[in-house]
Design a binder for this molecule. Structure first.
Ligand code: IMP
Length: 193
C-alpha cells in the first residue's frame, strides 16, 4: 500500500519508512511532482497537521498523513509552539530562535518544556490523530553538535545531556516524532492488513 507523506522532507520520510513493514511504501509530495508549501495557518499542531493531510486527501484522493511539531515552554505560556520554526523571524534561523528563548528565560527558574509532534492520518475515509511528546528542561546555554532546531538547549528529563549531544539513534529513543510515528505504525499494522 502506498501512503503519501504530505511533506517534502526526505529525511523524515526515510525515518518513517524505516519504521514500517515493507508492505507500506511512503511517497512524498516530491513523488507527486508537487513543489509548493502547503499553508500551515492553524494555531495548534493538530490543526496544522490536519490542514496538510486534508489538502493532499482532497487533491489526490490517496491515503496520506502529515506531521507538525514544535517546542512548548511552560514559563512562556507554551511559546514558541506552532511558531517554533520562525520564532525569531521568518528567516527560520535555529541559532536566533534559540537565542530568543534563552533571552526570554534569562531570569526564569521554571525551565520546564516539552517537544510535541502530532500526526494526522487520513485513510479509508477515517481521520486519525497521533501525538508524541517528550518532557524536559531548557538549558542556560547551547551544547552539542547533532540534530537541528532547538536540540542544543533541550535536555530530555533525567538524562543530563541535550538532544544535540545524542546521535540520531540515541535521540530516537526519546524523540516526540518517533513516539508519534510508532503509534501511527501500530495503527496501520493492526487496521490495514
Ligand atoms: P516540524 O513541524 O517538524 O517541521 O518542526 C517545526 C519546528 O519545530 C522546527 O523547525 C524546529 O525549530 C522545531 N523542532 C521540531 N522538532 C524538533 C526536534 O526534534 N529538535 C529540535 N527542534 C525541533
Amino acid at each position: 500500500m502506498e501512503i503519501i507523506f504530505a511533506s517534502s522532507n526526505q529525511n523524515k520520510a526515510k525515518e518513517i519508512q524505516a519504521a514500517l513493514p515493507k508492505e507500506f511504501i511512503i511517497k512524498t509530495l516530491l513523488d507527486l511532482d508537487f513543489h509548493e508549501e502547503i499553508p500551515e495557518t492553524a494555531d495548534t499542531f493538530a490543526g496544522n497537521a490536519l490542514l496538510k493531510a486534508q489538502f493532499v486527501a482532497e487533491k489526490w484522493n490517496l491515503p496520506c498523513f502529515s506531521d507538525d511539531s514544535g517546542l512548548e515552554i511552560e514559563a512562556l505560556n507554551n511559546e514558541p509552539g506552532v511558531y517554533s520554526a520562525r520564532y525569531a523571524g521568518t528567516q527560520r534561523n535555529d541559532d536566533e530562535n534559540m537565542n530568543l528563548v534563552l533571552e526570554k528565560l534569562q531570569n526564569e527558574t521554571n525551565r520546564k518544556a516539552c517537544f510535541k509532534t502530532v500526526i494526522a492520518l487520513i485513510i479509508d475515509g477515517k481521520t486519525l490523530l497521533f501525538e508524541g511528546k517528550v518532557d524536559g528542561t531548557i538549558r542556560h546555554d547551547k551544547i552539542g553538535n547533532h540534530g537541528f532546531g532547538y536540540d542544543p538547549i533541550f535536555e530530555p528529563e533525567g538524562l543530563g545531556k541535550s538532544f544535540a549531544e545524542m546521535d540520531i539513534e540515541e535521540k530516537s529513543n526519546y524523540s516526540h516524532r518517533k513516539r508519534a510515528v510508532d503509534q501511527m505504525v501500530k495503527y496501520l499494522i493492526l487496521n490495514t492488513y
